[in-house]
Design a protein around this ligand. Sequence first.
Ligand SMILES: Cc1cc2nc3c(=O)[nH]c(=O)nc-3n(C[C@H](O)[C@H](O)[C@H](O)COP(=O)(O)OP(=O)(O)OC[C@H]3O[C@@H](n4cnc5c(N)ncnc54)[C@H](O)[C@@H]3O)c2cc1C
Ligand code: FES
Length: 366
Amino acid sequence: MYVIIRTILIISAMTGLLAFLLSIANRTIANYGEKKMMINQEKEYTVDGGDTLLTALIDNEIFIPSACGGKGSCGYCKVHVDAGGGRFLPTEAGYVSEAEQADGVRLSCQLKVKEDIQIHIPEELFNVKQYDYDIEFIKDVTPKIKHLRVHLPDDNEINFKPGQYIQILTPKYKGNREEVYRAYSIASAPNDKKSLELFIGYVPNGVCTTYIHQLLKEDDKLTIVGPYGDFFYQDGDREMVCIAIGTGMAPIMSILKHMRDNNIDRKVTFYFGARTRDDLYMMDELEELQKALPNFNLITCLSRPTEACNWDGEKGRVTDLINKFLDNGPECEAYLCGSPLMIDAVIPLLKEKGMPEELIFYDKFE
Ligand SMILES: Cc1cc2nc3c(=O)[nH]c(=O)nc-3n(C[C@H](O)[C@H](O)[C@H](O)COP(=O)(O)OP(=O)(O)OC[C@H]3O[C@@H](n4cnc5c(N)ncnc54)[C@H](O)[C@@H]3O)c2cc1C
Ligand code: FES
């Protein structure tokens, strides 16, 4: 018995000593002191050496996209490093191609600032801000999708383009030990600068969607960073083809509302796919939009209609709809949103139909 207790005490003491030495090492060896971070050759910041570049940027309220919360698993936090980035890390290789690497692209959440650093980022990222929204409502619109409307207090406003997305800062909660950002497309119209609407689907065990679906209450605040994204409505006269499934409807809604609010009467067809009738949502709003936009046509399909659906509309997937209805591809441009699988199936089909590749815009919800 005495031997067991003595062994436990020795192991505990050694573990404690090791932790102590590691914390000293962290404060000394990994302490690089203050460093200079120069952005776009004009804005200079003093940052804590040893932090990741992503942390250094966020500490200075420069919010670049970071959908995985800095885990190196989304590839969103890329920046161009002109000098001082140190060697390229194996953890960056999955998301930075060789050509990008040669061009100085780095994953900012992996790279630690150990010397003065010079980077450049798109100028519009300086407009990205963090906002604390009040919640106006959280509604179930299907068994798996919640519709949120959030409102900015005081005289705060947000400017965004129709089709762009924001990131929700998910707080720590029981079962989630760290704050994470997740991307959600804006479903509301850009002319409403005080509010945002979002459609958020439930992902089993998902960090953010569990928070939104099970924990968030209407009297809570929601921290949002944005806007982001190069998927947005393009001015022009071409006929528009919008294609979405599930929550992919969100940015298309924003685009259609923008067209309504600005009396844009381009021809636009929205192909929307769902599994069953229960998964169709916002149909009343889309009907209202059809009344307001004489050249807007909505075509829905169900991929798994049951008898209970009592459905005599189109059956199958959105790819079936495109095959059936789209006959003037070369004259159109397309806006695609939803699962990567759907988008990867639709793009080749649109190209086959003659749509120019550079006019196929999409946001993959990955
Ligand atoms: C530009 C952009 C816009 C987006 N817009 C929306 C939007 O408007 N509405 C919306 O609901 N989502 C949207 N997403 C997806 C969203 O950002 C999250 O990825 C999703 O909500 C899951 O987050 P989570 O934290 O709950 O799950 P995580 O904790 O990130 O994931 C948990 C697990 O589920 C897997 N997983 C993640 N997403 C899915 C999924 N969709 N289906 C099945 N498995 C999944 C992950 O691989 C992981 O294994 C968008 C994504 C991007 C990149
Ligand atoms: S934040 Fe996701 S890879 Fe860097």
